[in-house]
Design a protein. Structure first.
Length: 257
């Protein structure tokens, strides 16, 4: 019997190559690798168009329940999207932080706007003292347990460069849920800061990131599964296009990965 070595070696090559391709495909499609590819894509997009990344400086001011875990969850968002770059201010290490906190504690106002303007003033004092250059794109976010005027929990300054999030009403909730709720509000307010026309909270309570929740602990049940409803989706697409919406949507759906 004649052995056709040509056919046999061809067969071996084909199976080796097929095997390699399949294992490579397996590696490429495995979740950690896919995650890495997503990170690289976002990094490359950021390099091509760095102007789209908005610096967001997050301050924990008079906020004992703001933990390192909360800090880590916020910073982790930089890997999950490339529209905003979150950076935590080392406010407690600032030699004037007590003075700054005292200024805020003495604040007596029923105006949510004034409350936010005063927080922004203090955050900008910190930025200047740290030698940070004026940056007209930077947005400062304060998370605080100070009572918010009119029992509300978040507002922004007139120029939208300052956001304050009041989380005192969450103090009886499990810490990991507090962190997640704080992150959802950061996401909502960050997207608001882009000035998307007609985007605002809606009365309909459907688990959307833009539900008008009057009492913050009510978000507890829906926080894991918040999404962007069809109404808000249409508004975002009409203003910013589908590609932008997809970025936002991926981020909201994968925030706690
Ligand atoms: Zn909505």
């Amino acid at each position: 019997m004649m052995v056709d070595w040509n056919n046999i070696s061809e067969g071996i090559i084909v199976s080796v190559v097929t095997g390699l391709l399949f294992s490579l495909a397996g590696v490429l499609l495995s979740p950690p690798f896919k995650e890495k590819i997503g990170e690289w894509q976002r990094a490359i997009e950021g390099l091509i168009n760095p102007a789209i990344i908005i610096p967001m400086k997050v301050f924990f001011i008079l906020c004992p329940i703001c933990s390192d875990k909360m800090k880590n969850l916020i910073v982790k968002q930089n890997k999950l999207q490339n529209i905003f770059r979150f950076d935590i201010a080392e406010f407690k290490l600032w030699d004037k932080h007590i003075e700054s906190e005292d200024n805020l504690k003495s604040l007596q106002t029923t105006s949510r706007l004034e409350f936010c303007e005063r927080f922004l003033e203090e955050m900008e004092k910190f930025n200047r003292d740290q030698g940070q250059e004026e940056d007209s794109t930077r947005i400062n976010i304060a998370i605080t347990q100070m009572p918010f005027p009119k029992n509300w929990y978040t507002w922004n300054t007139k120029n939208r460069k300052g956001i304050v999030i009041g989380i005192d009403s969450l103090s009886k909730i499990k810490p990991e849920i507090i962190d997640k709720i704080a992150l959802r509000i950061i996401q909502r307010m960050s997207i608001y800061s882009l000035g998307i026309k007609n985007l605002r909270t809606h009365e309909l309570t459907v688990g959307c990131l833009f539900d008008n929740t009057t009492y913050l602990p009510n978000i507890e049940q829906s926080v894991e599964n918040n999404y962007i409803c069809d109404v808000c989706k249409k508004i975002i697409i009409d203003n910013k296009g589908e590609k932008f919406f997809n970025k936002i949507n991926d981020w909201i759906n994968n925030s706690f990965r």
